[in-house]
Design a protein around this ligand. Structure first.
Ligand SMILES: Nc1nc2c(c(=O)[nH]1)N[C@H]1C(S)=C(S)[C@@H](COP(=O)(O)O)O[C@H]1N2
Ligand SMILES: [Mo]
Length: 503
């Protein structure tokens, strides 16, 4: 118990101090980040496939269990002398220190939290250990004294526990990001947008048929990243240099972005890891600055074929310059999402959004650096892990109704779903039942080529088992391929199929 409490107090205080001086250096989370960074690929793929979006809570829980076991063992090993416990707590402290030092982004301030955590851990351990020895030493004297000393031990332990929890919470609250977000949301409400996204027409979605609503609420928007803790940076502290192969490098502040023309654009984002029928696709109204204008102002040189962006959490990716410079592509340096500041999990204060490219080559969240360079010079995070360099979104369709293996009553039934092909848009979706002839589905009103489109079609089926399939065609007349492919290296393909039965 003494081991557990000492380590808990250390981690709690480490978190508190990190919240004040440098959020990235919280020892527990810094160690978790390091585990993710150095995990072999088969392990990360296994975790993503098995736990999905719960992969981070699972990792943190696993780490907590391992640390708790080590801490308890340290306590048990110190029954007589405190030496083993002090060593164990110190070793954990060194791990936290190492994780902070070898993090992708390091500043000397990051040393403070792990050092304070180690000192608190050792001090609490030594203090409680002395207390416990005294209580145990009295054990043979008389049982009355033993009880009261046990009360002392329990009382002081409880105090340490409360302190630890308080310190941990304090660390989360003190970073001030919540206030900053509220301020940005208020600023966005006042700002006059240079261009608004057109209102979403009533016929743009069929949520009553089980397809998604046209815009995805921020809390429902799919989330994918390798950041264990959501990076905490205040808008007023944000700066981003645009540099490298450019003639006029400059550095942007958040206020610079607010005073530039801000445009609103409805964009459907997609993750390359989305399997056929998957839900890593969502749509939002993003507000931001035209990335193309920024790159032209910086005077990007012809040889720079990639814009290499880095997140404050150390993640990095390269986006093809030709896509970002394409007139009308509409790549954004975004600060708003669905009428508010970017949510912390979606990149507050600033992120990239590029219509038509999978997120891993374009949608850097918490972006803090942009360098014009070449693909040869610097590979992105997922490029290094076997994913493709250029990653245009593949035309895809999904069946939402009926659900797989559903049993439906006889009579007329509706098949419905979504399809996407950013940035050109979907012009046709066909449906076929039991391998029969393809039949054209009814499409929802098109919003823009950058967004998904819903479809539906009625069928009258005989009782028994049925298989429905779909395929979408983009506005250039290209139909999604039947060829099945796994997400790696450049996105899943193939016609979705749903098996269900009619009673
Ligand atoms: N900093 C950072 N940005 C990132 C990532 C990341 O791991 N770290 N993942 C990318 C991937 S793979 C996708 S699909 C999108 C997802 O954005 P969302 O979580 O807002 O939906 O973010 C991209 N931006
Ligand atoms: Mo992704």
């Amino acid at each position: 118990m003494i081991g557990l409490l000492a380590v808990a107090a250390a981690l709690g205080f480490g978190h508190l101090v990190a919240g004040v001086v440098s959020p990235a250096s919280s020892p527990f989370l810094a160690v978790g980040d390091t585990v993710i960074r150095f995990s072999p690929q088969f392990l990360t793929e296994f975790a993503k496939a098995t736990f999905g979006v719960a992969d981070k809570p699972v990792l943190l829980t696993g780490m907590a269990v391992v640390i708790a076991v080590v801490a308890a063992a340290a306590g048990l090993a110190s029954r007589r002398r405190r030496g083993p416990g002090v060593v164990a707590v110190s070793v954990l402290g060194v791990l936290g220190l190492a994780a902070a030092v070898f993090a992708p982004v390091f500043s000397p301030l990051d040393l403070v939290a792990p050092l304070v955590a180690s000192a608190v851990g050792v001090a609490v351990f030594v203090g409680l250990h002395a207390l416990a020895l005294r209580a145990c030493g009295a054990r043979t004297a008389d049982s009355g004294a033993r009880l009261s000393r046990r009360a002392v031990l329990v009382g002081s332990s409880a105090a340490v526990a409360v302190m630890s929890v308080g310190a941990g919470l304090g660390g989360m609250l003190l970073s001030g990001v919540g206030d900053s977000r509220q301020r940005v949301t208020a600023q966005l409400a006042r700002v006059r947008l240079a261009k608004r996204a057109p209102a979403i027409p009533a016929g743009a979605a069929f949520p009553e048929l089980g397809t998604p609503t046209f815009l995805t609420a921020n809390r429902d928007f799919y989330r994918i990243d390798v950041a264990l803790r959501v990076p905490a940076q205040r808008a007023q502290d944000w700066t981003m240099p645009i540099h490298g192969m450019v003639d006029n490098p400059f550095t942007l502040t958040f206020d610079d972005l607010l005073t530039r023309p801000l445009v609103e654009r409805t964009i459907t984002m997609t993750c390359v890891s989305n399997p056929i029928g998957g839900d890593l696709v969502s749509t939002a109204n993003f507000v931001g600055v035209e990335l193309r204008d920024l790159l032209l102002e910086a005077g990007i040189r012809p040889g720079a074929d990639q814009i290499y962006s880095t997140s404050i959490d150390g993640w990095y990716t390269g986006t093809p310059s030709e896509v970002l410079l394409e007139p009308g592509r509409g790549a954004l340096l975004a600060i708003g999402m669905n009428g508010e500041a970017l949510p912390p999990e979606h990149g507050f204060p600033v992120r990239m959004v590029v219509p038509g490219l999978y997120g891993y080559v374009s949608a850097t969240k918490w972006v803090v650096d942009m360098e014009a360079t070449t693909f040869d010079a610097k590979p992105g995070y997922w490029l290094e892990r076997g994913w493709a360099q250029k990653a245009p979104i593949k035309t895809q369709s999904r069946i939402d109704t009926p659900r797989g293996f559903a049993t439906l009553p006889a009579g007329r039934l509706v098949v419905a779903g979504i399809a996407w092909s950013q940035p050109v848009g979907v012009s046709r979706v066909e449906v076929r039942m039991d391998g029969g002839a393809w039949q054209e589905a009814e499409l929802s009103t098109e919003v823009t080529g950058d967004t998904w489109r819903m479809w539906r079609r009625e069928f009258d089926l005989s009782p028994g088992s049925h298989t429905v399939q779909t395929r979408a065609t983009d506005s250039n007349g290209l139909t999604q391929t039947e060829q099945r492919a796994d997400p790696i290296p450049d996105g899943a393909s193939g016609w979705p199929a749903t098996i269900f039965s009619v009673a």
